[in-house]
Design a protein around this ligand. Structure first.
Ligand code: BGC
Length: 360
């Protein structure tokens, strides 16, 4: 079968032939891959950045945002049957620490986890995949990026419920809260969607024209676009006012620090964007720490997601469909065949939101 592979640490991709996997234990599920999303992590991997091949191999099959249909199940599998649609999650735990043993590999404490298509395990840009039933979740290709968003926002809201007297007694604390999401790629726009579903007043910051695809998508769900070329992150507070919750999905380290200027007293800031490269950055250390302490602020990083976050994502996608209908599917702007992967992963225009490879 065909697969798209990279050699970690080098630039470029190749189409390779791999043996079709088969079920070898009763708890495994075999799926036919239907489509696989492309994200910033894939782009970093193909440009020689963060990625590791499986032990003893040179190549890594890329891809971690998948959508597939079950074609065969092992004898002990109960949650899916042939013909069901499903996604496999990304991370596989170390099986040593408490979080991994509790099914929370996203919070692995040893750092010895693996990730399909990213770190030490082949990914999903291929025709068939076999994995264990325990790593299976239901529904579409937006589930993986949405699970990242669900985890980050849930962590931020839970922290507020512990820290803030109003948030502790008001389950609807987020309603009307001023939230800014930076970086309106798929993760950023899905964060805007989740926050709108929770009733927040949502601002989305990017550096594209107001009439381009991402600001337009944001507008339809009731968010306000902030053009970072006119209102840079460190002017947001002055020009638009302070934000109770910040979500970063930009992966640009300088912006990630500058955004702190927009955070309100007692605010919470969750970072999901993973910067590539190693450009040194000058930050005003004392000023930054002083602000965090004197303004009672939290800045937290959040990566990967647990099964519960996929479930929350499925519920939110359902709600979003009820509210905005086909607009949600319009997040997928470009569909390519696997032979166009190299071109799609390197060209990224302001008119594209989510790009996917159609396998079947
Ligand atoms: C993926 C996560 C993964 C993270 C770190 C992200 O792009 O969506 O599942 O944990 O990269 O590798």
């Amino acid at each position: 079968m065909k697969a798209i592979a990279i050699i970690p640490g080098t630039v470029g991709t190749r189409i390779v032939d791999r043996p079709e996997p088969s079920i070898t234990s009763p708890d495994e599920v075999k799926v036919k891959v239907k489509r696989v999303g492309i994200c910033g992590t894939d782009r970093e991997e193909v440009s020689g950045g963060r990625a590791d091949a499986p032990d003893g191999q040179k190549e890594l099959v890329i891809g971690h945002e998948m959508f597939s249909q079950v074609v065969e199940v092992g004898t002990s599998v109960t949650r899916v049957k042939v013909g069901d649609f499903a996604v496999f999650t990304v991370r596989r735990g170390c099986d040593q620490c408490a979080p991994c043993l509790m099914g929370r590999a996203d919070m692995c404490q040893t750092g010895n986890y693996k990730e399909r298509g990213i770190r030490g395990l082949d990914g999903y840009q291929t025709e068939f995949v076999v994995d264990k039933e325990q790593h299976l979740e239901a529904v579409g290709v937006l589930m993986e990026p949405l699970s990242i968003v669900e985890k980050g926002i849930e962590e931020a809201l839970r922290l507020q419920a512990v820290r803030s007297p109003e948030a502790a007694i008001t389950p609807a604390w987020i309603v009307g809260c001023r939230c800014l999401v930076a970086g309106l790629g798929p993760v950023g726009l899905l964060a805007c969607m989740v926050l709108r579903l929770r009733g927040a007043d949502v601002f989305g910051l990017d550096v594209v024209g107001v009439t381009s695809a991402r600001p337009k998508w944001l507008n339809v769900i009731g968010g306000h676009y902030v053009d970072g070329r006119q209102v840079p992150a460190d002017q947001v507070d002055k020009k638009i006012g302070p934000m109770d919750l910040l979500v970063d999905a930009s992966g640009i380290a300088a912006l990630e620090f500058n955004l702190l200027d927009a955070l309100a007293l007692n605010g919470v800031y969750v970072i999901t964007g993973i910067p590539g490269g190693d450009h040194p950055l000058q930050i005003q250390g004392a000023e930054l720490v002083r602000q965090l302490v004197l303004d009672n602020q939290v800045m937290l990083g959040s990566v990967n997601a647990a099964h519960g976050h996929f479930q929350m994502g499925a519920d939110d996608l359902f709600q979003a469909h009820l509210r905005w209908g086909a607009h949600i599917g319009a997040l997928i702007t470009n569909r390519y065949s696997y032979s166009q992967f190299a071109e799609s992963v390197t060209h990224h225009s302001p008119e594209t939101i989510k790009e996917v490879i159609e396998w079947a």
